[in-house]
Design a protein around this ligand. Structure first.
Ligand SMILES: Cc1cc2nc3c(=O)[nH]c(=O)nc-3n(C[C@H](O)[C@H](O)[C@H](O)COP(=O)(O)OP(=O)(O)OC[C@H]3O[C@@H](n4cnc5c(N)ncnc54)[C@H](O)[C@@H]3O)c2cc1C
Length: 316
């Protein structure tokens, strides 16, 4: 028997008062949450609420304690979760809900290089592209060839890499709903596959050593700032105007490690990680982020910009 395709005008299966899972493990709920089964259903969700919020893996997200009134969209249905990988050309078509860490392992196992530099970064493909996720070894922009998205009116866009203004932790795509990305990876010779796998392990180990990955956080709370003027720290470290400085270093030198606000704490391992106690409050995390930024501004005159995305009824 052939199943009848549901007309696009069907009501969506909307969950009410749904939890929003994030890596902070704190925060409020969605009044309405939907998991569209296809791009068409996603378009329908945009008709219902053009201001909808897209949830990825929740790895860079803090939801305020009293939740959000917007429709929240989670791209967790099978259509958004499975990538197509061409081993010969290295071209990967990755729908937005694909788990980045799984895709890294799969592509490295198949002898494709390019994503191993992102080892240990929790994300969906959509979230990684929007945030231009990356670190000391590279960023996802380095392998993005095309991005497929819907605008807020439900129109399809296919953006070539040259049309996207990628820069440090920035894509300029935040107003769109990303549905998929085409990635160009590099097939390595069979004899080099072992070295590629070793590189993946090395990068994962580096990340485990330098960051408190098990703590409840969103990774780095702040972007690394570009200095407007020369900076000399009390430790004697000097940085020239125009340099991009580690926010973690500034927070550390300002004495932020171990700072506490209710249930939130600045990590003792990495000063740019604000961590939350399970059963804690999002408002404690927000207050601590604000306090830490104020301290760096006060001590060094450097204004830190938040990297963590906050969903709140009260803050823009
Ligand atoms: C332990 C830990 C370590 C981390 N280390 C790093 C690191 O080394 N480097 C780094 O860059 N980041 C790091 N992060 C932060 C996080 O992994 C990245 O920012 C990641 O890209 C977030 O992806 P996500 O799918 O979880 O997005 P979410 O956190 O769910 O969402 C983040 C933003 O992206 C938007 N978004 C998500 N999906 C879509 C979509 N399909 N279309 C449009 N918008 C969308 C959301 O609306 C939101 O505004 C770390 C986080 C943790 C918890």
């Amino acid at each position: 028997m052939t199943a009848l395709a549901s007309p696009v005008t069907d009501p969506l299966d909307i969950e009410r008062d749904a939890p929003i899972p994030t890596w902070f493990h704190v925060g409020g709920r969605a009044e309405r949450l939907v998991r569209p089964a296809s791009v068409d259903r996603l378009r329908r969700a945009l008709e219902i609420d053009p201001g909808l919020l897209v949830l990825g893996d929740g790895a860079n997200l803090l939801v305020d304690d009293d939740g959000v009134p917007n429709l929240v969209v989670a791209l967790t249905s099978p259509e958004f979760r499975s990538a197509t990988i061409d081993d010969a050309t290295g071209l990967v078509h990755a729908p937005a809900g694909v788990d980045l860490r799984r895709l890294i392992t799969d592509t490295v196992r198949r002898g494709l290089a390019g994503l191993e530099v992102l080892a240990g970064i929790p994300a969906t493909i959509g979230g990684a592209v929007v945030m231009n996720a990356g670190g000391a070894f590279g960023q996802i922009a380095d392998v993005v060839e095309r991005v497929h998205a819907l605008d807020r009116r439900g129109r399809s866009l296919d953006l070539d890499r040259s049309q996207i203004a990628f820069s440090y932790r920035h894509s300029g795509l935040n107003d769109l709903v990303i549905t998929a990305a085409d990635l160009r990876l590099r097939p390595v010779a069979p004899g080099d596959r072992g070295a590629l796998r070793e590189r993946l392990v090395e990068i994962s180990d580096y990340k485990k050593r330098s960051q408190p990955l098990a703590a409840h956080s969103a990774g780095c709370a702040f972007r690394n700032p570009t200095l407007a003027r020369d900076l000399r720290l009390p430790t004697g470290e000097e940085f020239a105007a125009g340099a991009r400085v580690s926010a973690g270093l500034l927070l550390d030198r300002a004495g932020c490690k171990g700072m506490v606000e209710g249930s939130a704490r600045v990590s003792d391992v990495h000063a740019n990680f604000v961590t939350a106690r399970k059963d804690g409050l999002a408002r404690d995390v927000i207050a601590l982020i604000d306090r830490a930024a104020a301290r760096v501004l006060d001590r060094f005159g450097v204004r830190l910009e938040r990297e963590v995305v906050i969903w709140s009824r009260h803050r823009p």
